[in-house]
Design a binder for this molecule. Sequence first.
Ligand SMILES: CC(C)(COP(=O)(O)OP(=O)(O)OC[C@H]1O[C@@H](n2cnc3c(N)ncnc32)[C@H](O)[C@@H]1OP(=O)(O)O)[C@@H](O)C(=O)NCCC(=O)NCCS
Length: 231
Amino acid sequence: MSHTSQKNSRDSVFTNRKIVGHEDLNPNGTLFGGKIMAWIDEVAFMSARRYSGVPFVVTVHVDSISFLMPLFLGDHVILTSQVNYTGRTSMEIEVRVEREDPYTGNRTQATSAYLTFVALDENRKPTPVPSLLLESLDDEHRHREAHLRSKVRERMRRHLKNRKQRALSPPRANATLPDPAPIYILSKHLKRIGARELSASVDEHVLKVERTLRKRVRVVLGIDPHAEIAG
Ligand SMILES: CC(C)(COP(=O)(O)OP(=O)(O)OC[C@H]1O[C@@H](n2cnc3c(N)ncnc32)[C@H](O)[C@@H]1OP(=O)(O)O)[C@@H](O)C(=O)NCCC(=O)NCCS
């Protein structure tokens, strides 16, 4: 798939209908949350596959889901999904879940979710998806909001990767830290007895020790020792 190909979000719209059965209920007698999540993932998968045009698409992230109302035995549930935003190989898919009155057809929103899928090639490596054509104000609005969410996800991903990296690199066993207390005491004492020149050179030494300490603490904590850290 060439990254220069384009598609509009209408190409990715899927609507799935479900009826809440006995097997879908939790002990409270309402639709099991995990069941809705599976239905959401399923319809989003269809959108991702249709849009990307490749057989392998995987969910890599699900943004928070809020359940706005309970769903009961026999309720008609409509799940509608479409692509909001694309990166190079990833797509954000929005899924809207509504309860439909079986007799009037009136719909009430029950929940919605944003999922990120990645398209994979035959070697199961990320592969480019078509870029998204924005054809209406609504498309632009959804794209803008999704772009903001993608930035949050990227930050979260970087954070999780760093944390994993830190967990994998245990602190060095010999990372003993020099004790700065005696040097501070010496510097104070020299000032008190008027040995200003000597005390200045001790202060300089104290600063050096402090810098070394900060660096070592960062190494122990798994933080880049050269990174700028406020304070
Ligand atoms: C999909 C997978 C192969 C990607 O591998 P990777 O090393 O993360 O690949 P990359 O770093 O090149 O990322 C590929 C894309 O995924 C996006 N991505 C990966 N993890 C992400 C996450 N947690 N949240 C949001 N986006 C993510 C990247 O931003 C990138 O998007 P872009 O190409 O549009 O810029 C790997 O994450 C994977 O196998 N995950 C498990 C998927 C799975 O089993 N899902 C459950 C069942 S479907």
